[in-house]
Design a protein around this ligand. Structure first.
Ligand code: SF4
Ligand code: SF4
Length: 159
């Protein structure tokens, strides 16, 4: 999975010269794509990327598992090269055999927000989204649809 060179080129142009209604367009496409996406048949994000675990995540997860913070950190977390807490193991230790999240109600903020395609000021997230498309088929589809809509409906000119 990844977006092709043509889509990348247009996305770079969109980043440089974002259409006025870019956030609205991406939001609509995001809703449509995720309405038709069954994440339980995928779980690539939980298998391939570890979310950053912030302090509030740690507290919530440890509480949900009825563990103390030190015990939780020791069992599940490590510090990565950017000095952030991430899960020690990949796939995520809380990913069940049927792709469900065993700590869904207490899952980290990064898991709730992934893949960020419904965030405001999307043009600032284009590079991250291109990277995420390597893992997430929904992001790939969103970016391809965005390029198609941008070309058709806006006075958006390729350089
Ligand atoms: S905590 Fe849940 S949602 Fe987050 S990576 Fe693990 S299984 Fe996936
Ligand atoms: S990689 Fe994307 S499509 Fe797959 S489970 Fe994660 S968010 Fe859903």
């Amino acid at each position: 999975m990844s977006v092709n060179q043509y889509v990348r080129k247009i996305l770079k142009d969109i980043k440089k010269n974002p259409p006025e209604k870019l956030d609205l367009m991406v939001q609509e496409i995001h809703e449509k794509v995720f309405n038709e996406t069954d994440c339980l048949k995928c779980a690539q994000c939980c298998k391939k990327i570890s979310p950053i675990i912030y302090q509030h995540d740690l507290i919530r997860l440890a509480a949900a598992l009825k563990m103390n913070l030190d015990g939780f950190c020791e069992k599940y977390l490590k510090i990565d090269k950017d000095k952030d807490y991430v899960f020690k193991s990949s796939p995520c230790p809380f990913l069940a055999y049927d792709n469900r999240c065993e700590v869904y109600d207490a899952r980290p903020t990064a898991c709730r927000d992934y893949p960020h395609t419904d965030r405001r000021r999307f043009h600032q997230l284009i590079d991250l989204s291109i990277k995420n498309a390597d893992v997430c088929p929904a992001v790939q589809e969103i970016l391809e649809k965005l390029v198609s809509v941008a070309e058709k409906n806006l006075a958006f000119k390729r350089r």
